[in-house]
Design a protein around this ligand. Structure first.
Ligand SMILES: Nc1ncnc2c1ncn2[C@@H]1O[C@H](COP(=O)(O)OP(=O)(O)O)[C@@H](O)[C@H]1O
Ligand SMILES: N[C@@H](CCC(=O)OP(=O)(O)O)C(=O)O
Length: 374
């Protein structure tokens, strides 16, 4: 598989769209551009690709609605503009996706939501629940409540954190340039486009050192940083020109557009490492000797039949510790059943789950992709 095929085979994508693009360089919300992206995104959604959109533009749209020509400096003015603009943004996303019979949901996040463990897990469960029912979340920073210190400062970072949160395969950043150039193309129109690179490559920092456009906040620096953050959960990042005709569809078809920034590690390994370090464990599953052997060998799922005890409280999707009969930790993983269900099906063969619970969510207690041997 060539690296570009990753884009076509991705099943879950976060798409981040910057202010300059969404507002046609500040002239007000560009409904026709937005409808062009929605046509392409709705087609992906029909193919079963799960999508989260991180949409900037609340401040820029608000400024244009209020007739403000210059970005205000005062925080409360910025927040007022954001409150006005966010209405226009979500109304437009909703109306455009409705033309394709797709539901959207507004999700506003702050830095606190992602650094506080409980809120992090809540945001994660909500986004997963929305994706499970085929809704397309439209995410932005909650600009009206954040203060200077806790602002993400830019939606590139937010896009990467959301990619981590939903464990996306990739992050697509649509911007006003065709991708990352070796130098800021506004300063050097001869600069060459970087088509592919490891996100960790330190030479990217010097290339991205130019500032941002008038409306954007991060420039390329925050996009490179976002690619590095996204790569921690194994996601690739594409930085690409949002004004290119049919850009998302063409990327999916394998056309070499924009800049592809790749994670260092294979997705599964990176994701497992990230899971182990980011999610606090909630409860414990006690495994019998046979299950301990199977799990230690690696590459196998944990089935309910190998679980002899369930300790503590946890919900489906949370991280639990797996211990052997003597209490030694063997592995950690995201459990497919909550604690009450797990108690009922422990020791059962998978074909009996339906008899015991009346339904089957999954055959495994923990799927091998979600199991990290320690
Ligand atoms: N090496 C580079 N390659 C491409 N663009 C760069 C580079 N360095 C700085 N830039 C600037 O970054 C801008 C895009 O960032 P930004 O204005 O924050 O956009 P967005 O609103 O899409 O986040 C470009 O318009 C460009 O002037
Ligand atoms: N939350 C802000 C984000 C601003 C921002 O990051 O803009 P950009 O650099 O264009 O993605 C807004 O919606 O205006």
């Amino acid at each position: 598989m060539t690296e570009r095929n990753r884009i076509g085979s991705a099943r879950r994508l976060v798409v981040k769209i910057g202010s300059a693009l969404l507002t046609n360089d500040g002239r007000g919300l560009d409904v026709s551009a937005l409808s062009g992206w929605v046509d392409q995104l709705a087609a992906l959604s029909r193919q079963g690709v799960e999508l989260v959109i991180v949409s900037s533009g609340s401040v820029a749209v608000g400024m244009s609605r209020l007739g403000w020509k210059v970005r205000p400096e005062q925080l409360h003015d910025l927040q007022a503009a954001a409150a006005v603009g966010q209405m226009g943004l979500v109304q437009t996303w909703e109306a455009q996706f409705q033309c394709h019979d797709r539901h959207t949901a507004q999700v506003l996040l702050t830095h606190d939501d992602l650094s506080d463990r409980k809120r992090y897990l809540n945001a994660r469960s909500t986004l997963r629940a929305l994706l499970d029912v085929g809704v397309i979340p439209i995410v932005n920073e909650n600009d009206t409540v954040v203060t200077d210190e806790i602002r993400f400062g830019d939606n590139d970072t937010l896009g990467a954190l959301v990619a981590n949160l939903v464990e996306a395969d990739g992050l697509i950043i649509l911007t006003d340039q065709s991708g990352l150039y070796e130098q800021d193309p506004r300063q050097n129109p001869e600069a060459r486009l970087v088509t592919e690179c490891r996100a960790s490559d330190s030479s990217l920092d010097a290339m991205a050192s130019g500032g941002s456009g008038v409306l954007g906040r991060g420039g390329m620096q925050t996009k490179v940083r976002a690619a590095r953050l996204a790569s921690r959960s194994g996601a690739f990042t594409v930085i690409v020109g949002g004004r290119l005709d049919g850009v998302i569809t063409r990327l999916r078809d394998g056309e070499i557009l924009g800049t592809l920034l790749l994670p260092e590690q294979e997705r599964l390994a990176a994701r497992k490492q990230w899971l182990a370090s980011h999610l606090k464990t909630k409860g414990r599953l006690v495994l019998d000797e046979g299950a301990v052997r199977v799990v230690r060998q690696g590459g196998r799922s944990l089935l309910p039949v190998g679980v002899s005890g369930v300790q503590g409280q946890f919900r489906r999707g949370e991280m639990v510790t797996c211990v052997g009969p003597d209490g030694t930790e063997v592995a950690r993983g995201l459990v497919n059943y909550d604690a009450v269900e797990a108690r009922e099906i422990r020791g059962c063969s998978s074909d009996r789950i339906a008899d015991v619970l009346g339904y089957v969510s999954d055959e495994e207690m923990i799927h091998r992709d979600n199991l990290v041997v320690v």
